[in-house]
Design a protein. Sequence first.
Length: 109
Amino acid sequence: MAVLAPKSYVEFRKDAYWVEGTRISLDSIVYTFRKGLSPESIVQSFPLLTLEQVYGAIAFYLANRTEIDAYLAAEEAAFDSMPQPLQASNPDLYNKLIAAKVARQQVEP
């Protein structure tokens, strides 16, 4: 009987988590999964991924949920603290986007 080697689906490179061998971030998979999309729907959103890769990324997230949630929160805080060019060039649109983000956060758990 052949012994199967474990497979890795997520890698850490350039200070971020990625679906192994792709340019698709784990963040992208996690956010769509959190929104309630099924793995099959996620594959439709990211056609470069296989169903196996999506399930592998979700399993990685679920196995490391506390750490990945903290990583995502830190990434969001870093992004939010960066100056936004749109804020200066089109403040009305910027304010609409911020209002939409706040509304979305109030709906999400």
